[in-house]
Design a protein around this ligand. Structure first.
Ligand SMILES: Cc1cc2nc3c(=O)[nH]c(=O)nc-3n(C[C@H](O)[C@H](O)[C@H](O)COP(=O)(O)OP(=O)(O)OC[C@H]3O[C@@H](n4cnc5c(N)ncnc54)[C@H](O)[C@@H]3O)c2cc1C
Length: 537
């Protein structure tokens, strides 16, 4: 097949056997229109595109070559717009274009809002809403401090409006700014592969020698009888409810259910959390997950080992028929939130069509350089990463931005000691291996555990439930894992993440630095001292 490219964007393909005469005509077209010619058999699968003879092309090309974009198919030829780089997804993908790509023609394809999940329906709005929930919870729990207070009234529009008035303009401005960038073309629509490095969006076909997949993931929808007959929500829609529900059921005991449960629950929505397993936050270290489950069971109705058999709409409410540890039970709620996990958007993109391998979870398989099984196609963020975290996607985007511009000296990604946090109440934060994982790997280990209540600041905040659990290698003395549950866990974890990344030992961490007194960081110091008492130096 021969591809002809001219004026930056028009490409015509042939799947006929090229004769010397045809090539001669094409060369003539190239010279005449000051374009350039690329012979690339892998660009578009032949046979799927209408074709024309070079003579037909020549006459058409003379007529149309100066038009920048051609959206239609005429007669027997098909246009494909040629770029230097195509990026699918304007979440983390929108951060890719930079100084390394100056002068490149770049296509960015986005089917929804710029900013992706994190900005529009994920990390940022959820944490802004959760801050309001934390304030309400502080008011609810002030009595033991000698402060009598109560939440008089909730102004839902103001509470949620604060978030959307801040976020929505950012998404719009981000798109507008990108639209004005020289050499960048924004395509608004859902992209789908139609060949190895060729995508179709809104009927237009684009190709590039380099493609970056940053198309993220979406909420999984469980297969439950009756679910398609009721109005249910996912994290995509729940944060934009027009009013606060009186009662709500959350299906799923992972971090999204935990965080959004805290948000609505702290504002006094009656909450039921339904979980298949026997603990919430099941991926956390068992002690953390058990403590979290116990604390949530005090705040909300938590149904464990539970399956939903059927959902039925009844006027303004819906009823869930459950099997709770084998016993039938019903729950009635006004709003149902489905938070049972996320699926990568590889199916929407039809990555198989491009020959890109996916794993058992449907995620794009990448190597240490974040390149897929097709050279010249990279993938980052939720579509490829098991971490499903924004800071992971950001780091991968930086690596891919470099690698796409420097294919002969690519940088390796490094996700060692990837931390995460759950911004619920209590907060949870973790890095590295859980105790069970350490045991499964047969590593010799020691544990340092300390309750917040053992520190001065723990007394100050009247904490009775929170703790830090550190796991260190018994011989190398390096941190294998750190698990925290309690106020500011995400902040307290950070020095332990750094220690893991930089290979510091628990002895160094315990003895070779200072911890501000009486800050909450002393709880980390004390856990370290359990493993590395002064005499062990
Ligand atoms: C409720 C919630 C809370 C979260 N909280 C946190 C948190 O506190 N901390 C944290 O680290 N992470 C959090 N996350 C996870 C985080 O949001 C994601 O890991 C991160 O946004 C992934 O970035 P990404 O660029 O891979 O995907 P996205 O940001 O989802 O970007 C993908 C983009 O691709 C577009 N797209 C998809 N398919 C196509 C297609 N075929 N054609 C064109 N465009 C397409 C989508 O519209 C989207 O804009 C949270 C997620 C949720 C849902």
């Amino acid at each position: 097949m021969l591809c002809f490219w001219s004026y930056g964007c028009v490409m015509t393909t042939y799947d006929s056997d090229m004769q010397e005469h045809d090539l001669h005509i094409l060369r003539h077209v190239v010279e005449e229109f000051d374009g350039r010619m690329a012979l690339d058999s892998a660009v578009i699968q032949s046979g799927r595109l209408p074709v024309g003879t070079p003579v037909e092309l020549l006459s058409w090309h003379r007529e149309h070559a100066r038009r920048r974009f051609l959206h239609t198919t005429k007669g027997r030829w098909r246009m494909v717009q040629q770029f230097d780089l195509i990026i699918v997804g304007a979440g983390s993908g929108n951060t890719i274009p930079g100084p390394d790509h100056v002068g490149w023609t770049i296509a960015i394809i986005e089917k929804d809002k710029f900013g992706g999940t994190c900005l529009n329906r994920g990390c940022i709005p959820s944490k802004m809403l959760i801050h309001a929930a934390d304030v309400a919870e502080t008011i609810h729990t002030a009595a033991p401090l000698g402060i009598t207070a109560r939440v008089e009234r909730l102004d839902w529009d103001r509470l949620t409006g604060r978030v959307w008035q801040r976020i929505d303009p950012l998404a719009e401005a981000g798109e507008e700014w990108r639209q004005t960038q020289p050499n960048t073309t924004v395509f608004k629509g859902e992209a789908r592969f139609i060949g190895e490095k060729t995508l179709e969006v809104n009927g237009q076909r684009l190709t590039a020698p380099r493609v970056i997949l940053a198309a993220g993931s979406r909420p999984a929808i469980p297969d439950i009888p009756g679910l398609d007959q009721v109005v249910s929500h996912t994290s995509d829609t729940i944060m934009r409810l027009p009013r606060q529900p009186q009662c709500m059921a959350i299906l799923g005991g992972g971090y999204i259910g935990a965080e959004l449960g805290h948000f609505f629950g702290a504002l006094s929505t009656e909450m039921t959390i339904i979980n298949r397993g026997d603990r919430l936050l099941q991926r956390e270290d068992e002690e953390i997950s058990q403590r979290f489950t116990d604390l949530y069971a005090r705040r909300f109705t938590v149904l464990l080992k539970t399956q939903v058999q059927r959902v039925r709409q009844q006027a303004d409410t819906m009823t869930l028929d459950l099997s709770v540890d084998g016993r039938p039970q019903q729950v009635t709620c006004e709003v149902l939130l489905l938070a049972v996990g996320r699926v990568p958007n590889t199916d929407l993109l039809d990555v198989a069509r491009a020959g890109i391998a996916v794993d058992a979870q449907g995620r794009v398989v990448t190597n240490v350089y974040h390149e897929t099984t097709v050279p010249g196609i990279w993938a980052l963020g939720d579509i490829a990463s098991p971490h499903q975290l924004k800071h992971a996607a950001n780091a991968e985007a930086r690596t891919v931005a470099y690698n796409v511009a420097h294919p002969t000296r690519q940088r390796r990604g490094n996700d060692f000691a990837m931390p995460h946090a759950v911004f619920a109440s209590p907060q949870v934060a973790s890095v590295g291996l859980t105790e069970r994982q350490v045991q499964e790997q047969g590593l010799p280990y020691v544990i340092g555990k300390r309750a917040y209540s053992a520190t001065a600041y723990g007394w100050a905040i009247g904490d009775t439930e929170s703790f830090v659990k550190l796991i260190a290698h018994a011989e190398t003395r390096q941190v294998l894992g750190a698990h925290l549950i309690g106020p500011h866990a995400a902040i307290l974890l950070q020095p332990l993440v750094n220690a893991m990344r930089f290979g510091e030992t628990v002895d160094q961490l315990a003895h070779d630095t200072f911890y501000i007194h009486p800050a909450l960081t002393e709880v980390v110091e004390q856990a370290l001292l359990e493993i590395a008492p002064p005499a062990a130096q």
